[in-house]
Design a protein around this ligand. Sequence first.
Ligand SMILES: *Cc1c(COP(=O)(O)O)cnc(C)c1O
Length: 405
Amino acid sequence: MTLPPNVHDAEPIPNAAREAIDTLMRSGDLFRYTAPQDAPVALLEAEFAEMMGCKYALAVSSCSAALFLSLKALGLPRDARVLIPGFTFAAVPSSVVHADCVPVLCEVGENYRVDMDDFAAKLDGVQAVIISHMRGHTSDMDAIMALCDARGIPVIEDAAHSLGTTWAGRKIGTIGRVGCFSFQSYKMINAGEGGILVTDDADLVARAVIMSGAYEHNWQKHKGPRGENSPALANAFARWQNKLPLYNLRMSNLSAAVIRPQLPELARRVRDGLKNHDYVAARLEQSPHIEVPAPLAPEQRAPDSIQFNLVGLTDADTSAFAEAAAARGVKVQIFGMSTDNARAFWNWQFLGDLPELPRTRAMLMRACDVRLPVRLTRDELDVIADLLLDAMAEITGPMARAIPA
Ligand SMILES: *Cc1c(COP(=O)(O)O)cnc(C)c1O
């Protein structure tokens, strides 16, 4: 039997991180606000904002923290309704609950994107929207922004797993009022844990900075674009001094030291990830029972995993396929079938009354998720594709297996 490649490990952290970490170890200077200037966290914020073409960035402890702070920074009243997709990670409804708001779930289609009819139908009475670009699959941001702008509803982009994706040439996470990214180990840039939010809104970022834990006058260490002093930012900080609670969701200098040398790697990771994804997609689509939904035309993906739908299989066949793949050493997660999956809305029981979303449920019961770290070689991708096609053949009977070009 051919052994499947290890798909759990991320890429090694670039060597440049060692020197920065060594310096921090020697000085013990791990807190972002100790140094008068140029702390690794502050440098990361400046570099990330510049890379994304945004005015401001705030690094925090996780993407979940960034989502929570975004909602708090919007100043939403208690019990405000926040529209979120019915297919997302449990951290998203959790951030809404944490911010004392009420999540409203909308349907997601079998292409993993927000169902725009249901979205439009549920917008009335909503005071904010979070769009989760789940596994990087980008919903129709033109239609979403048109609907939300017409009603003055702010959009938060949950781009946790979408760093490097573009929509009509614009970077995902920079289209809404605020964008949130994750540096957890399964995302494009890995610090174990960490998150960052980006925005062009000085008032919003000032509120988020203070609530993230910039107590007293630590906000003075946050600068405007290109590290310059920004009067808009200074005015906003003066406005909010002592007026907001401190949640202490800061990032440590150690995390920033691990993240910064990975930023120049991003373009290559995106290129490799897309090439690998499209190669495996083409191979899997040789099976009539596997369908990889196409991206919407304006989207350029940055995948480090592949999602596909099983076609023409019963529930029992679907489970049997996942088991046959597991027996060959390839983990296929079927979002709606694995026990207590955090991306299946019916498991978000902390919400109390759960709505039914029949379209989203049907999609989750056939949608498969397989990790494809961008470092995989062509041979390793072939092993994964072969094993998945073998598993399918075991369930559905033998299929002519085309030889890869
Ligand atoms: C990973 C992920 C999150 C949570 O990110 P953390 O940094 O672990 O809090 C939220 N939303 C989506 C879509 C994710 O993929």
